[in-house]
Design a protein around this ligand. Structure first.
Ligand code: GTP
Ligand code: MG
Length: 367
C-alpha cells in the first residue's frame, strides 16, 4: 500500500503542545507527549519508547467489587430493561408452578429476544433448579431464573486488558448507527481514567461529519486524533498505528464506518483495514470489537455471526441498554456465539459506559 500523509490534530488543551507534524512524513521521533489523562496532579511524564507501558496499565474491565457509583447506571439499566422485567415478573404471580407457568415464561423470554436455543436451555436449566431445590413457591422461581441466566451469561464476562502490547490496537466495527463512535469516545475516557495514553484513528472516511464527530470526542477527552480528508480507511489506520508506536501511545482506537454484513465490498474493506493494521504492527490488531445496538433484537445475533466470520471478533460492546432494549439478546449470544461483552452502553454521555457483569445484568433484566 502507499503511505499517505496523516493529518495529526494535537489535543486542544494539551499542557505541553506536541509539535504538529507539518511534514508529509510520519513524525520521525516520538515527541514528548503528555499523557492526556485528566489527572491534574500527575506531571506530564515523557514517554520513552522501549520500557514497559507508562503505568503498566492492566486495565481491568471486570470490577473486583461493585463500586458505589455503579448503582446509578444500574438503575438506568433496570429502567431500560423494565418492559422485559415486568413481562417476565407477571409469569411468577400465580399460585403454583405448572406447565402454564413454564409456557408463559417461554413466551416472555422469546419476546425479550432470547431466541429459541437460549430459551430452551434456560427453561430446562430452570426446571432442574426447581426440582433440585424442591421449590413450590412461584415467586422463588424468579430467583432461580436469575441464577440460571447469570450462569448462562457468565462466559461473556471478560476484562479488556491493555498493556501487553504498546500500543494496544483496538479496531471497532458495526452496522450504521450502532454507537461505535460514541462508544469509542466513552472508552477513551475509561482508558484515560486508568492512566492510558490514547490515540484515535478516524478510519470512517466515508463522511466528513464522521471525522468531525470523532474529533469532538477527541477534544472532550483531550487526546490526539489521526484523520485524513477523503482518504482510504486502511491508510488512515496504518498511519495511526505507526504514529501510536512512534509516540509511545498505550492504545490506538480505530473507528470505522458503519456497514451491513450484506454489503460484501464494505466487509472486504474492513478485512483490508485489519490486514493493513497488521502490516503496521505484526501483532495488531489486538482487539477487534463489534458494537451492537441493544435494540436490534435477534438481528444482533446475525450481526455477531457475520462480523465474527469476517473479522474474528475478540469482544463486543452492547449499546443503548438504557433505552427500550429487551436485553434477552445477550442470552442468545451467550448460547450461540459467546464472544465476551467488554462493555455495555447505558447512555450518550462520556461516563455512560460500564463493564459487563453477568449477575448484575441478570438481576437488572429480571428486576
Ligand atoms: N441512549 C443511548 N444512545 C446511544 C448510546 N450509544 C450511542 N447512542 C446514540 O446513538 C446514535 C448513534 O451513535 P454513533 O456513535 O454515531 O453510532 P455509529 O455506530 O458511530 O454510527 P455510524 O458511524 O454512522 O455508523 C447517537 O445519537 C448516539 O448518541 C447508548 O448507550 N445509549
Ligand atoms: Mg460512527
Amino acid at each position: 500500500m502507499t503511505p499517505v500523509p496523516p493529518v495529526v490534530t494535537p489535543p486542544p488543551a494539551a499542557p505541553v503542545a506536541a509539535p504538529v507534524a507539518s511534514s508529509p512524513e510520519l513524525p520521525p521521533v516520538a515527541p514528548p507527549v503528555p499523557v492526556a489523562a485528566p489527572a491534574p496532579v500527575t506531571p506530564p511524564a515523557p514517554i520513552t519508547p522501549p520500557p514497559a507501558p507508562v503505568a503498566a496499565p492492566a486495565v481491568s474491565a471486570a470490577p473486583p467489587a461493585p463500586a458505589p457509583e455503579r448503582k446509578g447506571w444500574l438503575d438506568r439499566l433496570k429502567a431500560g430493561l423494565r418492559k422485559t422485567g415486568s413481562s417476565i415478573a407477571t409469569v411468577f404471580t400465580g399460585t403454583q408452578i405448572d406447565d402454564a407457568l413454564y409456557e408463559e415464561l417461554e413466551e416472555a423470554l422469546l419476546m425479550a429476544d432470547t431466541g429459541v436455543k437460549a430459551t430452551t436451555h434456560l427453561l430446562a436449566d430452570l426446571k432442574r433448579r426447581v426440582k433440585d431445590s424442591k421449590t413450590t413457591d412461584p415467586a422463588a422461581v424468579k430467583g432461580l431464573l436469575a441464577d440460571a441466566l447469570a450462569d448462562l451469561l457468565r462466559p461473556l464476562e471478560k476484562a479488556l486488558v491493555i498493556g501487553e502490547h504498546t500500543p494496544t490496537v483496538i479496531m471497532v466495527a458495526g452496522v450504521n448507527g450502532a454507537g461505535k463512535t460514541t462508544s469509542i469516545g466513552k472508552l477513551t475516557k475509561h482508558l484515560a481514567d486508568e492512566g492510558a495514553a490514547v490515540l484515535l484513528a478516524a478510519a470512517d472516511t466515508f463522511r466528513a461529519a464522521a471525522r468531525e464527530q470523532l474529533g469532538v470526542w477527541a477534544d472532550r477527552n483531550t487526546v490526539e486524533i489521526v484523520s485524513q480528508e477523503g482518504g482510504d480507511p486502511a491508510a488512515v489506520s496504518f498511519d495511526a498505528v505507526t504514529a501510536g508506536k512512534a509516540r509511545g501511545k498505550d492504545v490506538v482506537l480505530v473507528d470505522t464506518a458503519g456497514r451491513l454484513p450484506t454489503q460484501l465490498h464494505l466487509m472486504e474493506e474492513l478485512k483490508k483495514i485489519r490486514r493493513v493494521v497488521t502490516k503496521a504492527d505484526a501483532t495488531a490488531p489486538h482487539e477487534v470489537l463489534l458494537v451492537i445496538d441493544g435494540n436490534t433484537g435477534q438481528n444482533a445475533l446475525a450481526q455477531v455471526r457475520a462480523f465474527d466470520d469476517a473479522l474474528q471478533l475478540t469482544g463486543l460492546i452492547v449499546t443503548k441498554l438504557d433505552g427500550t432494549a429487551k436485553g434477552g439478546v445477550l442470552a442468545a449470544i451467550a448460547q450461540e456465539r459467546p464472544i465476551p461483552v467488554y462493555f455495555i452502553g447505558v447512555g450518550e454521555k462520556l461516563e455512560d459506559l460500564e463493564t459487563f457483569n453477568a449477575r448484575e445484568f441478570a438481576q437488572a433484566l429480571l428486576s
